[in-house]
Design a protein around this ligand. Structure first.
Ligand code: PEP
Length: 250
């Protein structure tokens, strides 16, 4: 049985005061959540607030990215080791916004993933197709390529140490959600692809759905056999909505 994971991707939002308020809001309601694992991924400068405020709670925290390099002369970058130092347990790698705006390739993402694992973090690997790719019937080809980037660099052992997030690019921040059937189809495809390497890892690996998940559609999505939780963007910025999604995962 896979424990559902609900992770909030806060992206580049919030002030210091708003972050404190959001962290405290989630903390105040966490007792209602009985089964789901819950984590938040604030922007880098606010990780210390998450580490401090969430201390002693079951809420984990992570970052939205890490460097592909171990350390050194890489101005502006943040290493996996630094994230670990700030109490992170998770790090998102390969988000479509980073693939798009920062030119991240599968090879780069594979290196980030490997460094995260090496430093004891759990990477959340994002995979997903654009609308154009879906319309061209290339969804499976694209998500397979994203997954294989990690399989090729770290092998099945690395994949066993992470979480996969299927995030159709056309559903991110658009208010358009994949139907439960559309999402389940891709999740099942991803799990089968992992099973070709190891049936045991395929059974254990959590595959989250991300893309305009909100309280109104979370239960239906997470009721699907291969959907093991959610990576939540916009709806993670309101404590009440985020907790409602976490509850839907229970
Ligand atoms: C995301 O960017 O990871 C995401 C799922 O965003 P949203 O929920 O806003 O679509």
């Amino acid at each position: 049985m896979r424990q559902p994971l609900i992770a909030g991707n806060w992206k580049m939002n919030g002030s210091k005061a708003e972050t404190v308020e959001l962290l405290n809001g989630i903390k105040a309601g966490i007792d209602q959540i009985t089964t789901s694992e819950v984590a938040v991924c604030p922007p880098f400068p606010f990780l210390y607030l998450a580490e401090d405020i969430l201390q002693g709670t079951p809420i984990g925290h992570g970052a939205q990215d890490c460097s592909r390099e171990e350390n050194g002369a890489f101005t502006g970058q943040v290493s996996a080791a630094m994230l670990k130092d700030f109490g992170c347990t998770y790090v998102i790698v390969g988000h479509s916004e980073r693939r798009l705006f920062n030119g991240e390739t599968d090879a780069i993402i594979g290196r980030k993933y490997a460094l995260a694992v090496e430093h004891g973090l759990t990477p959340i690997l994002c995979v997903g197709e654009t609308l154009e790719e879906r319309e061209q019937g290339k969804t499976e080809e694209v998500v397979a390529r994203h997954l294989d980037g990690v399989l090729e660099s770290g092998g099945i052992d690395a994949l066993a140490k992470g979480v996969i997030a299927y995030e159709p690019v056309w559903a991110i921040g658009t208010g358009v959600t994949a139907t439960p059937e559309q999402a389940q189809e891709v999740h099942a495809f991803l799990r089968e692809r992992v099973a070709k390497k190891s049936a045991e890892v395929a059974q254990g690996v959590r595959i989250l759905y991300g893309g305009s998940m909100k309280p109104a559609n979370a239960s239906e999505l997470m009721a699907q056999a291969d959907i093991d939780g959610g990576l939540i963007g916009g709806a993670a910025l309101k404590a009440g909505d985020f907790l409602a999604i976490c509850k839907a995962g229970d």
